[in-house]
Design a protein around this ligand. Structure first.
Ligand SMILES: NC(=O)c1ccc[n+]([C@@H]2O[C@H](COP(=O)([O-])OP(=O)(O)OC[C@H]3O[C@@H](n4cnc5c(N)ncnc54)[C@H](O)[C@@H]3O)[C@@H](O)[C@H]2O)c1
Length: 372
């Protein structure tokens, strides 16, 4: 069970090289800031840690969201990433009906070369200091083993193997799969995937599992990844066509499933899309709010990212259920992602709004109702 304590001001209790600063007031001008409750910077030069922990809201419950380890090229882009991701977590949990707020952390580092035990030790110290205000889990660059390592040293680490809910990715992939089918059904009247052409960008934990499900139901796959071993394996396992880099965006397919990083749908890329549906797991797919309208103008149905990719957080939230984690409670909730998306698609059609505007309005209505 998670140990959710009362919020308090961060004050490391032991002599340490870690410095934690409340930077909420300093980041108000940045893109993605949306009345965030609190944002902290944790710095430990000796142990190679630069971490931003962003709490968007705690109105519905404690702020939960994974820690992303990514080599952002600037400090500012790391903060913007944390701001946008934590806001997305608020919307995600609200729409999924979970008693959780939105939080997210970004550690600015290359997970392949700069993630060291010392760095994770320093991060665990930061989590200890912020206890009660932020609950972490896996994200890009942070593995299950890392979550276990942190959980041995800090409270409020979810998605661990020891007494936790384990890897969230299979649940995210399942939710994305049923959500993709709901989008296909809305667009064509059928969710039969046989012969449907799907482009999957990113063959990591979620993308690979999604490909397995799509392949099993007869979809024809086009894939790309920065890792040539993964693409070669996809060609062999699924008979997938491999394309490189940005070619995936312009692939001649019916559905585009972004499962790598965010910002993939922009003024530059949307004109290139041939797919008539975008349904994938990546967070923050729209580079800007205007890109939702750009998709509509091109006649492309967009499954809002934080709705379709909620399977992982639904699984993690089950750790907080009475009696602890029980996978039997998770499966039906993940399946409901399809119904939620269908309702959003219908509301967007009837109100003449974009699907992301409808989803955001739904989430904000839920948060505001709880605030009152
Ligand atoms: N894992 C989850 O449960 C979960 C939950 C919700 C959202 N998401 C989101 O889904 C996405 C994928 O998550 P994951 O856990 O599979 O991550 P992962 O790190 O396991 O895999 C990401 C894959 O994308 C590839 N990639 C990165 N940049 C690329 C690019 N420009 N072109 C092609 N490939 C690229 C990487 O090489 C890697 O194989 C992320 O945006 C993540 O935030 C994941």
């Amino acid at each position: 069970m998670l140990n959710v304590l009362e919020p308090r001001h961060p004050q490391p209790s032991v002599a340490t090289t870690l410095e934690i600063t409340d930077i909420t007031a300093d980041v108000r001008h940045l893109q993605g800031f949306d009345h965030h409750e609190q944002v902290w910077l944790g710095r430990d030069t000796a142990r190679g840690l630069t971490a931003i922990v962003s709490v968007h809201t705690t109105v519905l419950g404690p702020a939960l969201g994974g820690t992303r380890i990514w080599p952002h090229t600037s400090f500012e882009s790391g903060i913007i990433d944390a701001l946008r991701l934590s806001r997305g977590m608020t919307f995600k949990s609200a729409i999924a009906g979970l008693p959780l707020g939105g939080g997210k952390a970004v550690i600015i580092a290359d997970a392949k070369t700069e993630k060291t035990p010392a760095m994770l030790e320093a991060y665990a110290e930061m989590l200890n200091t912020l206890q009660g205000q932020y609950i972490t889990a896996e994200d890009v660059g942070m593995t299950l083993a890392d979550a276990d390592f942190l959980a041995e040293r800090a409270p409020n680490v979810s998605g661990t193997t020891k007494g936790g809910s384990g890897n969230p990715s299979p649940f995210t992939a399942e939710g994305t799969f049923v959500g993709l089918k709901a989008a296909l059904r809305h667009r064509t009247g059928s969710d039969d995937l046989a012969g449907v052409r799907v482009a999957v960008q990113g063959l990591g934990s979620v993308g690979w599992s999604l490909c397995q499900k799509l392949h099993t139901e007869g979809a024809v796959l086009t894939v790309c990844d920065l890792d040539a071993v993964r693409t070669a394996r996809a060609a062999e396992t699924f008979g997938a066509t491999v394309v490189s880099g940005d070619a995936i965006i312009a692939a001649g397919v019916d559905i585009f499933a972004p499962c790598a990083l965010g910002g993939i749908l922009s003024a530059d890329t949307i004109p290139l899309l041939k797919a008539k549906i975008v349904a994938g797991a990546a967070n923050n797919q729209l580079a800007t709010a205007e890109d939702g309208q750009r998709l509509v103008t091109r006649g492309i149905l967009y499954a809002p990212d934080y709705v379709i990719n909620a399977g992982g957080v639904i699984n993690v939230a089950a750790e907080m259920g009475d009696g602890g984690y029980d996978v039997a409670t998770v499966t039906p909730r993940v399946a409901r992602i399809a119904d939620t998306l269908s309702a959003i698609f219908q509301r967007a059609d009837s109100e003449g709004r974009t699907t992301d505007a409808v989803a955001e309005a739904m989430a904000r209505e839920i948060v505001e109702a709880a605030r009152k």
